[in-house]
Design a binder for this molecule. Structure first.
Ligand code: PLP
Length: 468
């Protein structure tokens, strides 16, 4: 069994020096640090990560883990790209910061590069996080319609199960009610539609004979809400954090047609799917659609620094050029488009081009599929889903009824993987009955062998959890 000891022996990488006061750091963490989204458990020690190397991280005690989730779906190029650190360092020395009320070279370079990657004509607005990128998209969509003489178009449609961020608008767009519980009321004007979730089709249909009712439902909701009140639809190319729910191939094209028919803007959230994760530069490029607005974050800097972007089709930007005091986009944030973060993002994209990481991600997606497919036979694996280099493994208590596996079972599998040195995740819904999808989204620097290791460890952890 690949337990920690074995991993340490086989890694060939140095452990931490002796004599660190591990316990002291952990106690300090437990005293002072408020952890993101984790329930407080008095007896639980945090995993304090001190080092990263390729796809591996090492904790205070010298335990090494293959990070099969790239942090939070973001460290796409792994933990030790020196060229990224150097790009940031050089920019820090040269000119660390200037607000984007004016401009700087890294933002200009990055905007040009993003246009090349998007294959379209986009104007780019920068922020710091995916949530902010989505907030910016919502404001731009509403203002665009208002300035084109349709000020009543302010509703945003999004899908159940999707996650779009933590701020008032982005959380309102999020289709996971349990995330909002005790924080409401949030921003008004957000309406949800059912997701294209073939394994548990909300319409009781089977793909092939369904007429893509999940897309038609969007048209229905636009009509029910009154088209003149709908500003935009936001969606990820594939629902990621909500459980890797990939749509039928014809879905996104159909959504684009519906948006065009009703004058509704299509916002594509590429916060996770972007920058190679889908096996293309952007997730929507798998479906041949051109979004009106693209939001991105995470992989844009491989998470080495915070940065996000909202790219808006140039035709839309026309509406913001008018000579009228309220016509411009009246939005600013101090750190958005930070020069150092932009320089690092340019380097990230250059490295991805030079080393063909997008192509590699596509290949790795195939390796992951081959490695995980045998798990479909396991009695607790209800559905295996893939999109580019990510996977969702939906666990059930019973394959026939599709009853979700209980959360303690899911927790045991994740813990079993961790004990064997592999970090995997689960979907982001926060209550047990929707909390049954394991997620895998490793850095693009993993080897084929490491992909097989992830699958092997997961198989063992599943078997062990099944034994009780
Ligand atoms: N959109 C999607 C699809 C995400 O997965 C996330 C975060 O996980 C966000 C938006 C929000 O990004 P951030 O956490 O950077 O605000």
């Amino acid at each position: 069994m690949l337990e920690q000891e074995t991993l340490r022996e086989t890694s060939g990488r140095p452990n931490l020096p002796e004599g660190r006061e591990t316990r002291e750091w952990i106690e300090k963490d437990r005293r002072y640090v408020w952890h993101h989204i984790q329930p407080y458990v008095a007896s639980r020690d945090p995993m304090v990560v001190v080092k990263g190397d390729g796809a591996w991280v090492e904790d205070l005690e010298g335990n090494r883990y293959l990070d099969a989730m790239s942090g939070l779906w973001c460290v796409n190029l792994g933990y030790s790209q020196k060229a990224l650190a150097e790009a940031a360092y050089q920019q820090l020395l040269e000119m660390p910061y200037f607000p984007l009320t004016q401009s700087h070279l890294p933002a200009i370079r990055l905007s040009e590069k993003l246009n090349e990657w998007l294959g379209g004509d986009y104007r780019v607005f920068y922020s710091n996080s995916g949530s902010e990128a989505n907030e910016v998209a919502f404001k731009i969509a509403r203002q665009y319609h208002a300035q084109r003489g349709e000020p009543t178009r302010w509703k945003i449609l999004s899908r159940y199960r999707a996650y779009h961020g933590n701020s008032a608008g982005a959380l309102a767009a999020t289709g996971q009610a349990q995330r909002k519980y005790r924080y409401e009321p949030l921003a008004p004007g957000f309406v949800h539609v059912p997701p294209p979730y073939c394994y548990r089709c909300p319409f009781g249909q089977t793909h092939g004979a369904c007429g893509i009712e999940c897309a038609s439902a969007i048209e229905q909701v636009i009509n029910w809400e009154e088209p003149k009140t709908v500003a935009a639809v936001i969606m990820e190319p594939t629902i990621t954090g909500g459980g890797v729910i990939a749509p039928p191939p014809e879905y996104l094209g159909r959504v684009r047609e519906i948006c065009d028919k009703y004058g509704v803007l299509l916002i594509i959230d590429e916060v996770i799917c972007g920058f190679g994760r889908s096996g293309r530069r952007f997730g929507h490029q798998n479906y041949g659609v051109q979004p009106d607005i693209v939001t991105m974050a995470k992989g844009i800097t491989s998470a080495y620094l915070p940065l996000s972007a909202t790219a808006v089709r140039e035709e839309l930007f026309e509406a913001f050029k008018e000579d009228e005091p309220y016509a411009h986009f009246r939005h600013v944030n101090t750190f958005g488009g930070n020069a150092t973060a932009c320089a690092l993002a340019v380097k990230t994209l250059e490295l991805m081009d030079e080393r063909e990481y997008v192509k590699r991600a596509e290949e790795l997606g195939e390796r992951l599929r081959e490695a995980l497919e045998p798990l479909a036979a396991h009695p607790n694996v209800g559905d295996l889903r893939f999109f580019g280099f990510m996977a969702g493994i939906e666990l059930v208590a019973d394959k026939a009824t599709k009853e979700p596996a209980p959360s303690d079972f899911v927790g045991k599998v994740i813990a079993g993987c961790k004990r064997r040195g592999v970090l995997i995740g689960k979907n982001s819904d926060t209550v047990p009955r929707f909390n049954n999808v394991l997620t895998i989204s490793p850095p693009f620097v993993v080897t084929d062998e490491e992909v097989r290791l992830i699958a092997d460890v997961l198989r063992k952890a599943l078997e062990e959890a099944g034994e009780g």
